[in-house]
Design a protein around this ligand. Structure first.
Ligand code: F6R
Length: 610
């Protein structure tokens, strides 16, 4: 989704030209996905704009984005929603006279009505975007008000939909005005300069002091001032909302790896160790809430949904508490049946996925208790939850979720073990044993990555020529298979589908012919003998069978074309053992095919439009 960043600086407060800081900040936001880019600054009481379709490097080479003069600069990466990717539709957008420039992330749902209203009053539009109504609305408001901030506030009040806004104007040349509803926005506090941005890594080289902007807040930054108020004009003190971020710029950079994705796969041991350390009293509180829940719903999208499916297996088997997992965009299905006795556990690494946020709001309105699991402190979903548990995976820049998945699984497993103890499914000794097993998760992930990476690199060559693949598992291996297939599909662009292995006979096997790749998740559990049968079925049709098997396995390995051995590990940690090799496989196949794993086409890191 779109990314925004802005800086207001005193002349000598930063040694790097502000436009260069903004261009570099935009590069840190590339992971969000985008198709065009633009920058605007104020110089000599004029607004200067440079923008265009394409990657930052390309547009910068033609238009010198980072050459714009001025100490107040805003920048934007656009992910097209209204209007195709083009130079005209790239942000910033301006009013008729070119005195106001706006960058926006989100969707203005009533833009059509606003556009008609403005066109009737003589405003001329230059783009097909919803965003362009905003500078014109402010311009229109300035006909009645001499105060720019008042006109800005009035304009924001007229907007329906979602927005994070950054606005500059020649009328207040040392300020950036901002507003937020349902799209992420952070203020970064510096010495002689201040920032706004969609995400922290954008300005992390310059400050670690942040304030998260909440929904319905508006305000402005200048080089030495930060002002917040609510939409009704009441000013808001932010002194107790300032947070110090402990991510260093190095943590957000690639640390020597060719891609963020590979770095983040390798960071799983440390991310798991940090998450384990951070699992405190909230986990016990969550277990208590779940204990008293009539029904437990689990909502998430994409990879986070797969973590929910793992949790569903764990809760049913370890804690005898079946749950209702669902893909968050389908929340309307439960609109009429949720009650205050229900609990929604919402899982979102970004904490900003709009579908999951909407599910949270819907369940909350029906009186349900909301627990969330997120990787981003004070993001929207945690803020709207009754209780939040944080994974401590650190910033995840690669678009494909990797370390956040395994840390989600670990946190959900810890909640399950606590719940199982509270409801009497396990006794104190069993609880201790399972928690001990979870404490080995960092070591298990480390070993799994270490022993599989070489062989996976080799296998990736053969797989890179394929157009399709099946991923089959049984039991807790099913969500693991689903996660593996999603990774291959999203970064290597190979059509991959996952099924419970038992289901493969009910249709999918029709596609299998010589050389068709079928990847099996083979665990040493009560599904082992059944999965042997599924391997036979696929081999009988000359499929290319690849199996991830536990170390020391013989029977399955003899039947498979290619074998990837992972360390033996307890059942409860098996998704943490088996998922990293699948992430590596997707990564190396993607590299073989010549794609960029960090910026897969058409995808955005944080999906903030419904
Ligand atoms: C896949 C991926 C996406 C996200 C999904 C949810 O690799 O990254 O499928 O998992 O968009 O995002 P969060 O967890 O931020 O809600």
């Amino acid at each position: 989704m779109c990314g925004i960043i802005g800086i207001c600086s005193l002349k000598d407060a930063v040694s790097t030209p502000p436009a260069l800081i903004i261009r570099r900040g935009l590069e840190k936001l590339e992971y969000r996905g985008y198709d065009s880019v633009g920058i605007a600054s104020i110089h000599d009481n004029k607004i200067i704009i440079r923008k265009g379709k394409g990657k930052i490097r390309e547009v910068n080479a033609h238009k010198r984005l980072d050459g714009v003069p001025g100490l107040v600069v805003i920048g934007h990466t656009r992910w097209a929603t209204h209007g195709r990717p083009s130079d005209e539709n790239a942000h910033p957008h301006i009013d008729c006279k070119g005195e106001i420039a706006v960058v926006h992330n989100g969707i203005i749902q009533n833009y059509y009505q606003l556009k008609q209203y403005l066109e009737e009053r003589g405003h001329r539009f230059r783009s097909e975007t919803d965003t362009e109504v905003i500078p014109h609305l402010i311009e229109e408001g300035l006909k009645r008000s001499r105060c720019f901030f008042e006109a800005f506030r009035e304009a924001v009040r007229k907007l329906k939909g979602s927005y994070a806004l950054g606005v500059i104007t020649v009328f207040e040349p040392d300020k950036i005005f901002f507003a937020r509803k349902d799209s992420p926005l952070i203020v970064g506090l510096g010495n002689g300069y201040n920032f706004i941005a969609s995400d922290i890594p954008a300005f992390l080289d310059y400050t670690r002091k942040i304030v998260v902007v909440h929904d319905h807040e508006i305000g402005y930054i200048s080089p030495h001032e930060v002002y917040f108020e609510d939409i009704n004009g009441r000013s808001i003190s932010i002194s107790n909302r300032i947070r110090l971020i402990d991510w260093t710029p190095e943590m957000a950079a690639k640390a020597g790896y060719p891609h963020f994705m590979l770095k983040e796969i390798h960071e799983q041991p440390i991310a798991l160790a940090n998450t384990l350390r951070g699992l405190g009293v909230e986990v016990e509180k969550a277990a208590e809430i779940l204990l008293n829940a009539e029904r437990v719903f689990l909502a998430a999208a994409g990879t986070s949904y797969h973590a929910c499916l793992v949790a569903d297996y764990l809760m049913s088997t370890v804690a005898s508490k079946p749950t209702i997992p669902f893909i968050s965009s389908e929340y309307k299905k439960y609109r009429n049946c949720v009650t205050e006795r229900d609990v929604l556990l919402a899982v979102s690494q970004s904490g900003e996925t709009i579908d999951t946020l909407m599910a949270v709001r819907n369940f909350k309105n029906r009186g349900a208790t909301i627990i969330s699991l997120s990787n981003v402190i004070e993001s929207a979903i945690p803020r709207e939850s009754d209780l939040t548990i944080y994974t401590r995976a650190g910033p995840e820049i690669g678009v494909a979720a990797t370390k956040t998945f395994t840390t989600q699984v670990l946190s959900l497993a810890a909640i399950t073990v606590n719940l199982a103890f509270l409801n009497g499914s396990i006794d104190r000794m069993e609880r201790k044993e399972l928690l001990d097993q979870l404490s080995y998760a960092p070591k298990i992930a480390e070993k799994s990555i270490m022993v599989t990476e070489g062989i996976i690199r080799e296998f990736s060559r053969e797989l890179s020529n394929k157009n399709n693949a099946y991923y089959l598992g049984r039991g807790i291996g099913v969500p693991v298979a689903m996660e593996g297939a999603l990774k291959l599909k999203e970064i290597a662009y190979i059509h991959a589908e996952a099924y419970p292995a038992g289901e493969s006979k009910h249709g999918p096997i029709a596609l299998v012919e010589q050389g068709f790749p079928v990847l099996f998740i083979i665990m040493d559990d009560n599904n082992y003998t059944h999965i042997l049968g599924n391997i036979e079925e696929m081999s009988a049709r000359d499929a290319l069978t690849i199996g991830i098997v536990p170390e020391g396995d013989k029977e399955a390995s003899e039947k498979l074309t290619m074998v990837i051995k992972v360390p033996r590990s307890p059942w409860i940690t098996s998704p943490i053992t088996y998922t990293p090799p699948l992430q590596l496989l997707a990564y190396y196949v993607c590299i073989e095919r010549g794609y960029d794993p960090d910026k897969p086409r058409n995808l955005a890191k944080t999906v903030t439009v419904e």
